[in-house]
Design a protein around this ligand. Structure first.
Ligand SMILES: [Zn+2]
Length: 245
């Protein structure tokens, strides 16, 4: 049964990249260098006509975001292809939907981070780079099969200091923090209206913070390596303190 569940998870994880491979946004990102974009830093692309000032703004935030990751979890090693979009129109063409300020597109081939300068911040940049780092440490398939979405998001929002995420976990409540641990898949986590999804992020932040109290941030990379070496999530990051022993 366990194997069957894993096979289903594996197939659904595969369905995402296959769908993504067929989209025009995927093509726009994959061939970014051939579409009027130039490398403004190692692996970082921006439109050729993006003003110098804007390029500097993006590169400064990228450096600061990497610094934030290094200070919390340790030096990041992921070097995702990072594409800076100047505005909402360009961001939409690169696959950002509904005015989201940034997204990490993680596929078996590579990770692409798209950031929209119109809604740009170090918080967003750090958030997406944490996703890229976790994906780099785990590899695509281990991440898809073993990493619960609530934990991936919860860890990313540890470094995201935007207002809605800076919530007192006491106000979130133990039940909601317990419940969010059931949101292990993309489909479960991003279910419902915007308000509900935001509450999922807040609860995920608190749930991940609880895990990081027992497993300090500096040990995160070593713990992720244990997943790649065959251990299961609960064996590495558990037990859930609220569940009966
Ligand atoms: Zn995220």
């Amino acid at each position: 049964m366990k194997t069957f569940v894993k096979l289903v998870l594996f197939a659904s994880a595969l369905a995402v990249p296959v769908r993504a491979l067929c989209s025009s946004a995927w093509v726009a990102r994959a061939f970014v260098g051939a579409q009027g974009y130039v490398q403004i830093d190692d692996g970082v692309y921006a439109a050729r006509d993006l003003p110098l000032e804007e390029r500097r703004r993006a590169l400064t935030a990228l450096r600061a975001a990497r610094g934030r990751i290094a200070a919390t979890f340790g030096m990041p090693v992921a070097r995702p292809t990072t594409i800076i979009a100047a505005d909402d129109r360009e961001a939409a063409r690169l696959g950002l939907v509904g005015n989201v300020p940034g997204t990490a597109f993680i596929s078996p081939l590579r990770t692409e981070v798209v950031l929209n300068l119109a809604h740009f911040s170090i918080d967003v940049t750090a958030h997406e780079l944490v996703h890229a780092e976790v994906a780099q440490r785990l590899g695509f398939w281990t991440r898809a099969v073993k990493l619960p979405v609530w934990f991936d998001e919860g860890v990313a929002v540890q470094l995201d200091r935007r207002d809605p995420y800076l919530i007192d976990c006491g106000a979130v409540g133990a039940q909601r923090i317990r419940d969010v641990r059931q949101l292990t898949t993309v489909r479960r986590f991003w279910h419902g209206d915007r308000g509900r999804i935001m509450r999922n992020y807040q609860a995920a932040r608190c749930a991940a913070a609880e895990v990081l109290e027992r497993h300090p941030p500096r040990t995160l990379y070593a713990s992720l390596a244990r997943l790649t070496h065959g251990e299961e999530f609960d064996a590495v990051f558990g037990p859930d303190p609220a569940s009966p022993r």
